[in-house]
Design a binder for this molecule. Structure first.
Ligand code: UD1
Length: 361
């Protein structure tokens, strides 16, 4: 039996570990999984709600690290995780995605000679000013098993000199969670609670490059305000973004528009909300993939994406952050019929099974 530690730290990790944990629990003769929560995200709305919605039990081990600068947060996760690793002696540690918890735990494993598998390996935006890009490159460089969501990721890794036998194309575990919870989302009353009757758009923004600079953030919000005159917008706000809207005094800009801010939504409520949207505008990574699977037009307010398959095959359009370009892209999306999209290979709801099979091998 394989003893496995699954690492979860920030909101976008939870929907990736949930199906892997569930699959391991279905195969008790093969796997003994334990969940380690680093505490990178800690608010109920950013963490506990997701454990409840996704049916993940409370973490077996909580490191309680919390927010800090990149260096302090990463270092704290490492110092808290090292004794856990020495004590638990797992056969495998599984890290997911590209957050600080991902690289911090992978690095501890690498130094102690514990095998680490990276789920969602090989994605590259080729923009090293993005903290996540650095986390991705470094995590992949030290992981023993690189489990990829799309074939472009395999190519990226090979170009970086990774031995092909370390790379396994398993598909997208996040889509396992999406498919698993679509029915539950239909029962959510989130649309009614938020007064979303007719057509509406959904916005999420949290990238430091978009929300930490006043000029960029006010430009984006101004463009979204114009879009909202035609399509009312619901905007569940990430804590980082909320803080900056207040600090930059941009609340007026929003109040004058047809954009409605809400607190961050849980997994099920948010799925209910974006699955009914006419248009999604976002700088999230995961939402580019989720909208592709649901066939919802998505405008990505970034200059690059590590998920090109969502553009080539899916509903995603890379727009950037120029206010005029955002407006033009929104009008185009609202005026034209839906892009002829298809679902990328192995985004079939069964990726967690393949992750487990590869760990066994
Ligand atoms: C982190 C990830 C990012 C991911 C995002 C999803 C890194 C480098 N970044 O960014 O890749 O897309 O999570 O949300 O790992 N805060 C709270 N409550 C919380 C958590 C954070 O109020 O539960 C506030 C704190 O003021 C904190 C700020 O949000 O300083 C930013 O949090 P942090 O985890 O540092 O980065 P994110 O922007 O959330």
């Amino acid at each position: 039996m394989l003893k496995v530690l699954l690492i979860a730290g920030a909101r976008p990790n939870f929907m990736k570990i949930a199906p892997i944990y569930a699959e391991m629990k279905r195969r008790p003769r093969e796997f003994a999984p334990r969940i380690v929560h680093t505490g990178q995200h800690y608010d109920a709305a950013m963490s506990d709600q997701f454990f409840d919605d996704l049916g993940i039990p409370r973490p077996d081990i909580s490191l309680g690290v919390g927010s800090a600068s990149h260096a302090v947060q990463t270092a704290k996760i490492m110092t808290e995780f090292e004794p856990v690793l020495l004590e638990q002696k797992p056969d495998w540690v599984v890290v997911v995605g590209d957050v600080n918890s991902t690289i911090a735990c992978a690095l501890v494993c690498s130094k102690l000679g514990v095998k680490v598998a990276h789920v969602e390996a090989g994605l590259r935006s080729r923009d090293r000013t993005m903290p996540e890009e650095v986390n991705r490159i470094l995590t992949d460089a030290i992981s023993d098993l690189l489990l990829t969501t799309s074939q472009d990721a395999d190519e990226n890794l090979k170009e970086e000199g990774v031995a092909p036998e370390k790379i396994r194309f398993v598909g997208n575990v996040m889509i396992d969670s999406l498919k698993e919870h679509l029915k539950a989302a239909e029962r959510s009353d989130a649309r009614e609670r938020l007064g979303l009757g007719g057509e509406y758009g959904v916005v999420t923004l949290h990238r430091p490059s978009n929300v930490d600079d006043k000029v960029t953030l006010s430009g984006i919000l101004g463009a979204l305000g114009s879009v909202s005159e035609r399509l009312p917008i619901i905007f569940p706000v990430h804590p980082r973004t909320r803080k900056n809207i207040d600090e930059f005094r941009l609340n007026d800009l929003i109040e004058r528009s047809n954009i409605r801010l809400t607190d961050p939504l849980g997994y099920i409520d948010f799925l209910r909300v974006y699955s009914g949207a006419k248009l999604v505008l976002t700088d999230s990574g995961g939402l580019q993939e989720e909208t592709t699977v649901l066939g919802i037009p998505c405008l990505t307010l970034r200059h690059n994406t590590e998920r090109p398959v969502t553009i080539e095959m899916g509903t995603n359009v890379l727009v950037g952050t120029d206010p005029e370009k955002i407006k033009t892209a929104a009008w185009d999306a609202l005026n034209s019929s839906i892009k002829n999209a298809s679902i990328p290979p192995l985004w079939d709801g069964r990726a967690a099974g393949r992750v487990c099979d590869e760990l066994k091998k």
